[in-house]
Design a protein around this ligand. Structure first.
Ligand SMILES: [Zn+2]
Length: 222
């Protein structure tokens, strides 16, 4: 596996549960009411070319509702174009976690999104990872960017950085991201979950997604 590609697709968000206060990611302020409230459609997931492993009924439903939202925003053909070839793997705990921190998701395997449900506290207790619905959509943004080479295009055409969420520019520990890949994934999530603010505060980012990803359709979350 090409290391450069791997590095750009990793999503490492370490949530410090002890001191986690205030909002950091779009997932935390997400308006999930903006998403389709359709019932689980297994057929739809298959039709757009997504494979799933280890999902509960609720997780399948959330995935299905995101796909339905994308289809409502664009059309089924575009959903297939953007998402086909993806595998989503749901697990209780993702790998080893350091004390008091947590890895909610990663894309260390090409074309796969791995999503965790819990992290372990220092006492070995399982803690439920919050905002997983929004995190899944953020991860979808990384997948779409990797699949279609959007990171480079975004950086070249949107000169002004979008700073809608703190996570767009830095990790929860304050360390700055080395590239704008997290910004891209956050803008992607915002288009579905926080569209009104995105359009107002990051006009160029909004326009890029509208034209290049969503067939010139406005966010359904305005
Ligand atoms: Zn990310």
């Amino acid at each position: 596996m090409n290391f450069k590609l791997l590095a750009t697709s990793i999503f490492l968000l370490f949530l410090c549960h002890a001191s986690w206060a205030g909002y950091h990611m779009i997932a935390e302020v997400a308006d999930v009411k903006c998403l389709s409230q359709s019932s689980l459609n297994n057929d739809l997931i298959t039709r757009v070319g997504i494979k799933v492993e280890g999902a509960t009924h609720e997780e399948m439903k959330q995935l299905s509702q995101f796909i339905q939202s994308l289809i409502e925003l664009t059309n089924e053909q575009q959903a297939i174009h953007l998402l086909s070839g993806l595998k989503v793997v749901f697990k209780d705990i993702l790998g080893d976690t350091s004390v008091g921190s947590c890895l909610p998701a990663h894309q260390l395997v090409r074309n796969q999104i791995h999503i965790g449900r819990f992290c372990k506290s220092s006492k070995g207790k399982k803690l439920v990872i919050p905002y997983r619905e929004g995190i899944l959509i953020h991860e979808m943004g990384h997948f779409v960017a990797n699949k279609h080479g959007f990171y480079g295009q975004y950086k070249a055409s949107v000169k002004r950085k979008c700073k809608l969420s703190p996570y767009m520019s830095k990790m929860s520990n304050g360390k700055k991201h080395r590239n704008r890949n997290e910004e891209f994934a956050e803008v992607f999530a915002s288009y579905f979950l926080y569209g009104k603010k995105l359009r107002r505060k990051c006009r160029k980012s909004y326009a890029f997604f509208k034209e290049r990803l969503f067939l010139d359709n406005n966010s359904n979350c305005l």
